[in-house]
Write a protein that binds this ligand. Structure first.
Ligand code: CUA
Length: 190
């Protein structure tokens, strides 16, 4: 309901509509800015959106298939591709210490045996959630050698803050020498 403005008095209804319209444009501008930021950071930091869904049976994970204990760690395929296989569980990663080469694409494949975990490798873009029943996978390249901490970053219970692993990035030659000696590489003492 609007009452007609008296002569010389501002039309309050027209002012309200103008204010609404101004706010609508401000909100549209904010949304557009956020979308542009998402696209920019996605491209600039090579963020990796989930590409597909791959499932795995949690109940038989330890007994057969890709994630049996003897198959965990880093391996070099016949085609020269480097793959890291790992398991997350309350409250540790298996293996506890992961070895990867510098300057070579490395594919991580991981899953969880109990609840939702996640991990990020130091300040790199290697970052994923690990969900029971699903295989989390991504490929990344570590530009230089060094050691990174790899903490769990999804709250998974009382031991969450103590759940972390280490990632050793070795110079390529050193990694190749290790890979010649053992089909599965990790820096965990056996
Ligand atoms: Cu696992 Cu937090």
């Amino acid at each position: 309901m609007s009452t007609a403005a008296l002569p010389g008095e501002p039309d309050s209804h027209a002012i309200a509509i103008a204010a609404e319209r101004r706010w609508a444009w401000v909100v549209i501008a904010i949304m557009a800015l956020l979308v542009v930021m998402m696209i920019f950071t996605g491209l600039h930091w090579s963020a990796m959106p989930p590409s597909r869904v791959e499932t795995v049976d949690v109940k038989t994970l330890h007994l057969k298939g890709e994630f049996v204990e003897s198959n965990l760690g880093t391996s070099v395929g016949a085609d020269g591709k480097v793959t890291v296989r790992l398991i997350a569980q309350q409250y540790s990663f298996q293996p506890q210490c992961i070895v990867v080469p510098a300057g070579v694409p490395v594919t991580f494949r991981g899953t969880s045996t109990d609840t939702i975990h996640g991990f990020v490798v130091g300040t790199t873009n290697a970052n994923t959630m690990v969900i029971p029943g699903f295989v989390a996978t991504f490929t990344t390249t570590f530009p230089k050698s060094g050691e990174h901490l790899m903490p769990c970053h999804e709250y998974c219970g009382t031991g969450h803050e103590a759940m972390w692993a280490r990632v050793q990035v070795l110079p390529r030659d050193e990694f190749v020498a290790l890979a010649r000696r053992s089909p599965r590489i990790s820096c965990v003492a056996r």
